[in-house]
Write a protein that binds this ligand. Structure first.
Ligand SMILES: [Zn+2]
Length: 211
């Protein structure tokens, strides 16, 4: 059996197992999607949103990209955000980074990763620049990466708050709360590192007063 064929076989076994426990499982799930959470995580295969949070299909709306970035020209992410906030009406948006992130490690180097990856990693280098004094003072490279991972999550939460999508819903409905978390590959534990409740004042430079 080829490796990808195993996935299809495992899928059949999984579906059969679900139906054995609950014959209505898929009928119910197909009719209703009302997740309370939008998860913006890293694409890293070791950080599966549902599994590490003990949630089931239907509970978390998920977007993943390299190093869990919120880039203000990323139509893909903004479409997910718009849909989750305005149509699914999620109450919480979670940015979840992780220690040992390849994207963070790569952004600290001076290596040329070629065209598109260089563009993407530039966003992380910009986070480093904002916090240069603090990060330059950390000599241990793993500790430096870990701190950049935390600061990156915090900046991405700010980036969410800068969008008119979030500001408009904060004003009208006092939701969603924004959370910045970091997952530990070594212990499996998620550490909350930053939070912005709905309506938290932001730098007025980014504030829209006529939404
Ligand atoms: Zn990663």
């Amino acid at each position: 059996m080829k490796s990808y064929e195993k996935l299809l076989q495992e899928n059949k076994d999984w579906a059969t197992g679900k139906l054995a426990v609950d014959p209505e499982y898929f009928d119910r799930l197909a009719q209703l999607q009302t997740p309370e959470f939008l998860w913006i995580g890293c694409s890293d295969s070791r950080v599966p949103a549902n599994e590490i949070t003990g949630t089931q299909p239907g509970e978390i709306f998920v977007h993943r990209n390299v190093a869990n970035l919120v880039v203000n020209t990323d139509v893909n992410l903004l479409s997910v955000l718009d849909f989750a906030v305005n149509h699914l009406k999620v109450k919480h948006v979670i940015i979840c980074g992780h220690y040992g992130c390849g994207g963070i490690k790569a952004a600290i180097t001076k290596h040329d990763f070629k065209h598109v990856l260089n563009m993407w990693l530039r966003n992380i280098k910009d986070v480093y620049r904002i916090h240069r004094n603090e990060l330059d003072a950390i000599e241990n490279s793993e500790k430096k990466e870990n701190r950049l991972t935390e600061l990156n999550v915090r900046e991405q939460v700010f980036n969410l708050a800068k969008t008119s999508i979030i500001q408009k819903t904060w004003k009208a409905e006092q939701r969603p709360d924004l959370h910045g978390w970091v997952y530990g590959l070594k212990d499996g534990i998620i550490k909350p590192v930053f939070e912005m409740k709905a309506g938290t004042p932001i730098d007025e430079l980014y504030e829209y007063d006529d939404l």
